[in-house]
Write a protein that binds this ligand. Structure first.
Ligand code: 5GP
Length: 131
């Protein structure tokens, strides 16, 4: 079993890394709803978020909080919205999405098309805020 996100973790597929520690990895969503849209995953591959063991699941939100604080400093928004769908990739992940209104978190909306330079710049700025 190797999800596309495990391939990213293994370095087989590139990503715009935001942060990692021994248990979690955060990277920019490649089809973002907003600039700064970030995914947080546990390194341990589990499909459904509510199958993630209690402590790992609870600490995933604390890890996400640090990332959200950093995104807020880079992308102007009212809040960082939090969403969990998991309909596309069978590796538990939390979406962190800068929002100004509830319409900003509609996954049926066309996604932003950002250049490699824009992704890199965003990731760099968010990483800097995490230091
Ligand atoms: P979900 O499983 O929550 O419904 O959606 C999966 C999310 O992962 C989508 O927002 C999609 O854009 C993102 N995604 C899918 N494949 C990749 C990938 O290879 N790299 C990155 N960075 N994001 C991906």
């Amino acid at each position: 079993m190797s999800s596309i996100f495990s391939k990213i973790l293994n370095g087989d597929i590139p990503s715009y890394t935001i942060a990692e520690d021994d248990r979690y990895f955060a990277f920019l969503d490649i089809n973002p709803l907003a600039k700064g849209h970030t995914l947080v995953i546990p390194k341990k591959e589990v499909d459904y978020i509510f199958d993630v063991e209690d402590e790992l699941l609870a600490d995933m939100m604390v890890f996400s909080k640090k990332i959200a604080r950093a995104i807020e400093k880079v992308v102007s928004c009212k809040r960082i919205g939090v969403a969990v769908l998991g309909l596309e990739v069978p590796h538990a992940h939390i979406h962190l999405i800068p929002i100004n209104s509830e319409a900003d978190i509609n996954f049926s909306k066309p996604k932003l098309k950002l250049s490699r330079e824009e992704f890199e710049e965003l990731a760099k700025k968010i990483r800097k805020e995490l230091k």
